[in-house]
Design a protein around this ligand. Structure first.
Ligand code: 6AU
Length: 261
């Protein structure tokens, strides 16, 4: 079972080069924390990335909410990724037919494929969405997460939808390296997917808009997921982001050590 192995052991056997590098990075940095940097100004986003950089394995962006987006923002974020040793995940949640997502991933204002190591997609359109993204992403050594479940109340991503999404991931293992999920699924035929879980908070359980927050230990230890994705728990309500990031890093890492013991 991949859940009981260390990130380092898993990295040695992983066939996707980006997933391999990501698992190595997690072990090297002792971090399974991804910060969801949902900020609308370039300056604030860069400042947050620099503050939390030492504690994270992955910076998650919603680049289309930034009012003053420009190429310099991308250049600065990629420089910070080098400086602090983290990867970048643009949480684009692609959801269209293969041909359209190819254009959305490669082109337009954001040119996501040119800078984002990891991105994600819904499987509503069927496997064409994976094929389209894969044509763009694979030659650039990018990789994809599928949204198998969501953290929000009343989500429709459950049951057969989740099961079929996992089947699709198995079919395109060279490009699909994991899931946005609320729990780890059973491994089959040497599966080693990376499970990233949003909806994580130490101090609050909901936001009044459907988001549901769980404790890092519940996510990593009880539910067997690999990465905690934390947004407002770290930068919300005027919090000291560096201090909070350290707190979440420790909570996530201790739960992981307990799991692989
Ligand atoms: O910690 P929060 O609630 O401030 O931020 C959670 C982040 C947001 C959401 O867009 C994202 O996680 N998210 C996702 C992702 C990562 O795909 C899926 C989901 O089901 N729930 C969720 O909150 O940036």
């Amino acid at each position: 079972m991949s859940a009981s192995k260390s990130y380092l052991e898993r990295s040695k056997l992983h066939s996707n080069p980006t997933a391999k590098a990501f698992l190595e990075l997690m072990e090297r940095k002792k971090s399974n924390l991804s910060v969801a940097a949902d900020l609308t100004s370039k300056h604030a986003l860069i400042e947050l990335a620099d503050k939390v950089g030492p504690y994270i394995c992955l910076l998650k962006t919603h680049i289309d909410v930034v009012d003053d987006f420009d190429q310099d923002l991308v250049d600065q974020l990629t420089a910070l990724a080098k400086k602090h040793d983290f990867m970048i995940f643009e949480d684009r949640k692609f959801a269209d037919i293969g041909n359209t997502v190819k254009l959305q991933y490669s082109s337009g204002v954001y040119k996501i494929a040119s800078w984002s190591d990891i991105t994600n997609a819904h499987t509503v359109p069927g496997e064409g969405i994976i094929q389209g993204l894969r044509e763009v992403g694979l030659p650039l050594n990018r990789c994809l997460l599928l949204l198998a479940e969501m953290s929000s109340a009343g989500t429709l991503a459950k049951g057969d939808y989740t099961t079929t999404t996992v089947e699709l991931a198995r079919k395109y293992k060279d490009f699909v390296v994991g899931f946005i999920a609320m729990q780890r699924y059973e491994d089959r035929d040497g599966d080693d997917f990376i499970y990233m879980t949003p909806g994580v908070g130490l101090d609050q359980t909901s936001d009044g808009l459907g988001q549901q927050w769980k404790h890092p230990r519940e996510v990593i230890y009880d539910r067997g997921c690999d990465v905690i994705i934390v947004g407002r728990g770290i930068y919300g309500n005027g919090r000291d982001a560096a201090k909070e990031a350290k707190r979440y890093q420790e909570a996530g890492w201790n739960a992981y050590l307990e799991r692989i013991k």
